[in-house]
Design a protein around this ligand. Structure first.
Ligand code: HEC
Ligand code: HEC
Length: 333
């Protein structure tokens, strides 16, 4: 890239920095601090002890029902305006023009050179995807070049998403509000087998996930504490080779917390999902200093990667790793 472009990007960074500061003051703790080198878990881990992250808290569909697109417009001007235009036919700036982006294919806007990280998502900008992306862009698309730390606050995110929805000749209808939402959130927070009231099971998502993306995410999120190679060393945490369907807390030579040892079960897909969603909710008192991965897609990718770490990867469906807690089947020797 030439230096003018670099300057533009630097300017955008600075502006965005100022905007973050402002937004932080105006909106309380609404916005993640923009620290690109800082792993996401450190940011999301600032929860009071005993409070589980409950990443599925309130679905975006429920928040959208009460969202305020006018507020979303003023937030978007502050938070996104340094890098995006919103008007029909608007200019490409640091980021692509955002007119008509809701339900458009991801990373295909005319003439914009998207990162491989974002292009790896092949779907559309559904409301759920848009919410996950704006909550934590780097978690949603590792390697993205959108230097924006995310909007942590669900209501504020919904306002912005609702505003994006209005940017169209014929705006998409609001999504239906899921009825089971609070129950699903409670179950996920309690760490029992995740209830999937609709949509594919987590195991199925693992089957469709890209282990390569998972490897990249695991490198960033987990690599400081875990090795992944066969016979790899215990670091802060145990080696994770062949962990899928292994008995919980069974890596030789690692001293687990009582909280994890007390689980007499195997690392089924469902249990890995619950654990990686909210380690503290799943095993209160465990010693994994990691707040969880909010995005289900990303969890599935990480688990798809873990699954690949085996001479004989565990099947996706059928007996074994699909279900709820049950005794370990001792896949390891
Ligand atoms: C510092 C600059 C910057 C800021 C601030 C920023 N973005 Fe972006 N945005 C980008 C870049 C760069 C890309 C391309 C990302 C890639 O290719 O990985 C992008 C991509 C996107 C996309 C994907 C578009 C598509 O066609 O697939 C959406 C949606 C988006 N941004 C929305 C937002 C919203 C909403 C905000 C504010 C809440 C925001 N962005 C803040 C730079 C920024
Ligand atoms: C800050 C360090 C740290 C990070 C980051 C971390 N872990 Fe852990 N992990 C640990 C520790 C410590 C334990 C042991 C927990 C206990 O005994 O309570 C553990 C345990 C585990 C276990 C249970 C293994 C077994 O043999 O029963 C799995 C699975 C796991 N981690 C996966 C992950 C994944 C996947 C990531 C990244 C998404 C991750 N961890 C991120 C430190 C970490």
């Amino acid at each position: 890239m030439d230096s003018t472009e670099l300057n533009k990007i630097m300017a955008a960074f600075l502006t965005a920095g100022i905007v973050f500061g402002l937004g932080g003051v105006l909106g309380g703790k609404l916005i993640h601090s923009p620290r690109p080198e800082h792993p996401a878990f450190a940011i999301v881990s600032a929860l009071p002890e005993g409070v589980s992250a409950a990443p599925r808290e309130v679905p975006i569909a429920a928040l959208l029902a009460h969202a305020d697109p006018a507020k979303g417009q003023s937030d978007a001007a502050k938070l996104c305006g340094a890098c995006h235009s919103f008007n029909k036919g608007g200019a490409t700036m640091v980021g692509p023009n955002l007119y008509n982006v809701v339900m458009a294919p991801i990373a295909e806007g005319d003439g914009y050179d998207f990162s491989a990280g974002l292009k790896a998502h092949h779907g559309k900008w559904t409301f759920d995807d848009m919410s996950a992306w704006l909550k934590d862009p780097k978690a949603y698309a590792p390697g993205t070049k959108m230097a924006f730390a995310g909007i942590a606050n669900g209501r504020q995110r919904a306002d912005v998403v609702d505003y994006l929805r209005t940017l169209s000749d014929s705006p998409q209808p609001l999504p239906p509000v899921p009825k089971e939402a609070p129950a699903a959130a409670a179950t996920a927070a309690a760490g029992s087998a995740p209830a999937a009231p609709a949509g594919p099971s987590f195991a199925e998502e693992v089957g469709h996930a890209d282990p390569k993306l998972g490897e990249a995410a695991a490198g960033r999120y987990c690599g400081a504490c875990h090795s992944f190679d066969q016979g790899g060393a215990a670091l802060v945490g145990p080696n994770l080779y062949n962990v899928v369907d292994r008995a919980i807390a069974a890596a030789p030579g690692y001293s687990y917390s009582a909280a994890l040892t007390a689980k007499h079960a195997a690392w089924t897909y469902a249990n890995l999902n619950a654990w990686l969603t909210d380690p503290r909710g799943y095993a209160p008192g465990n010693k994994m200093g990691f707040a969880g991965i909010p995005s289900e897609k990303q969890r599935a990718a990480v688990v798809a990667y873990l699954r690949s770490l085996s001479p004989n990867p565990h099947p996706i469906s059928g007996a074994g790793a699909g279900g709820a807690d049950k005794p370990g089947q001792g896949a390891h020797k």
